[in-house]
Write a protein that binds this ligand. Structure first.
Ligand code: C5P
Length: 291
């Protein structure tokens, strides 16, 4: 078996709604999601010895089963009936950790795609998404990515028409926000506003970038948390520099703006990087694989 490399792309939530709290501890969501060009790089090497291990260029990322990439590999081998095959997974991180960009989920999904190639494509996309759901809520979307509507925990996926041409500026402040913590805080607020997902989907269908950007909305921004003031600040800077819309992705803390193509973005990127530490430009990436 050959060594396999895969790109693990970040995701952005164009919109994020939480519609229900479920009895299993999870929440029902309605999200419009987009894959973007910022990516980690994954390299999978078959090894003897029967263990699955990972090594990341960031030393604080664990190399055992706490790492979603390792869990994804174990799920894949189990489903294929080849549990006991040893693998070593190397992860070169470029997606910030704890950022709401699905970095860990995307690494896990890239491992599923990579192992599927390594073994001669035994599973279809739908089957990989079902495996992905055992690993984490955002992993199913990250398997094929592109532009999609995600419902339920994130596993009920409908591919959507790609976004009209645009550019993203993504800024992550130095702090991270814990996902379970923000969900707990969300449970304490009575959400009064929800994204107009139907209007957003119509704007997308019509290819209207402005209409789509006006409807970008994330209910997690309504949670009581003083760190979210920084998110508002970043949104203000993005909008002042001509973004058509700006929103926090996932449970944060990354916040992004959508710009028309051809706009000069070096100025806004430089200003955000100086104030908040991390800022990159990115573009939309289309669906990675289909059945
Ligand atoms: O599925 P994942 O491991 O990514 O979820 C992390 C945590 O986020 C869960 O333990 C849960 O607290 C929360 N979560 C949720 N509802 C979702 C997704 C995640 O409550 N749909």
């Amino acid at each position: 078996m050959d060594i396999i490399t895969e790109k693990a792309y970040a995701k952005l939530n164009i919109s994020l709604d939480v519609t229900d709290r479920r009895s299993d501890g999870f929440h029902d969501m309605v999200m419009v999601m987009q894959t973007v060009s910022l990516c980690d790089e994954i390299r999978i090497t078959p090894v003897s010895g029967g263990r699955v291990t990972a090594k990341c260029d960031l030393p604080f990322i664990p190399g055992d089963e706490r790492n979603l990439a390792v869990r994804a590999a174990l799920c894949f081998l189990e489903a294929l009936g080849t549990a006991g095959q040893g693998l070593h997974i190397e992860v070169m991180k470029h997606i910030p950790v704890g950022a709401g960009m699905g970095g860990g989920s995307s690494d896990a999904a890239a491992v599923l795609r990579g192992l599927n190639r390594m073994y001669g494509m035994p599973f279809g996309v739908g089957e990989l998404e079902t495996l992905a759901c055992q690993v984490g809520s955002d992993v199913p979307f990250c398997v094929a990515g592109g532009t999609a509507l995600a419902k339920g925990r994130g596993e009920k996926l409908t591919p959507l028409r790609p976004l009209p041409p645009c550019r993203f500026v993504i800024c992550k402040p130095e702090f991270s926000i814990s996902t379970p913590e923000l969900f707990r805080k969300l449970d304490r607020v009575n959400l009064r506003n929800h994204p107009d997902t139907a209007g957003l989907l119509l704007a997308l269908e019509r290819g209207e970038l402005g209409g789509l950007c006006r409807r970008m909305y994330n209910v997690f921004e309504d949670v009581e948390d003083r760190r979210l003031r920084v998110v508002s600040e970043i949104k203000g800077i993005l909008l002042d520099h001509g973004a058509l819309g700006a929103v926090m992705t996932g449970t944060g803390s990354s916040t992004f703006g959508v710009f028309e193509p051809g706009r000069e973005l070096a100025g806004v990127c430089g200003a955000l990087k100086e104030s908040y530490g991390f800022c990159v430009e990115a573009e939309a990436v289309d669906r990675l694989c289909a059945d």
